[in-house]
Design a protein around this ligand. Structure first.
Ligand SMILES: Nc1ncnc2c1ncn2[C@@H]1O[C@H](COP(=O)(O)OP(=O)(O)OP(=O)(O)O)[C@@H](O)[C@H]1O
Ligand SMILES: [Mg+2]
Length: 174
């Protein structure tokens, strides 16, 4: 991953990133943001989504109700999905059509990697779409090189700290 490209060429010129970014993501993460509401988390997702291209996989980690689906909905909007994005907790996989397929997966109810493979998750990731996986840490061994890792933490005051780690090459399209 070319983190400096992301940061230097884009982070500091993006109004949305500037609005939410905080310094010192720490050694483990490339970027960290703080949002104060559902709408802010959604808006941040919309900005992150602009970096994604076909084949990219995003793994999201965070406690129940931390905002994974909310962030995914924002990402989907940026990818051209017009439908309302809802939680795939019970259905496991939702497929949307943006400029290309967007697969929104919730691994919460899966027992692990084998289960993920059996329900078609691995095959989907290899296709021509973008895959967003909530509770991605449950299927870590299935995640490809170059995946984007996001962790959402709820702060004492109820805000959301959103950490991003990029292991592949992520460049904004325009
Ligand atoms: N920055 C924020 N500050 C306060 N509330 C927020 C913030 N971002 C999102 N929320 C709220 O947090 C909740 C997050 O719900 P969401 O379904 O997105 O969580 P989730 O992580 O996907 O949960 P689950 O683990 O059940 O899938 C929503 O009620 C949303 O309005
Ligand atoms: Mg969710």
């Amino acid at each position: 991953m070319n983190t400096s490209t992301l940061k230097e060429n884009y982070l500091y010129s993006s109004r949305v990133f500037q609005k939410y970014s905080v310094k010192n993501a720490g050694a483990e993460w490339d970027l960290v943001f703080i949002t104060n509401s559902h709408d802010e988390t959604f808006e941040l997702g919309g900005e992150l989504g602009r970096f994604l291209k076909k084949g990219d996989v995003v793994a999201l980690k965070g406690a129940l109700g931390s905002g994974k689906t909310c962030l995914c909905a924002g990402i989907c909007g940026a990818l051209g999905v017009k439908e309302q994005v809802t939680s795939p907790t019970y259905t496991i996989i939702h497929e949307y059509e943006g400029g290309f397929p967007v697969y929104h997966i919730d691994a919460y109810r899966l027992s692990g990697a084998e289960d993920f493979e059996n329900c078609g998750g691995v095959e989907l990731m290899g296709g021509g779409g973008i895959t967003l996986i909530e509770w991605g840490e449950r299927v870590t061994s299935c995640l490809p090189n170059g995946a984007v890792y996001i962790e959402i933490k709820i702060t004492d005051g109820g805000k959301r700290e959103i950490f991003v780690k990029v292991t592949g090459d992520l460049r904004v399209k325009n």
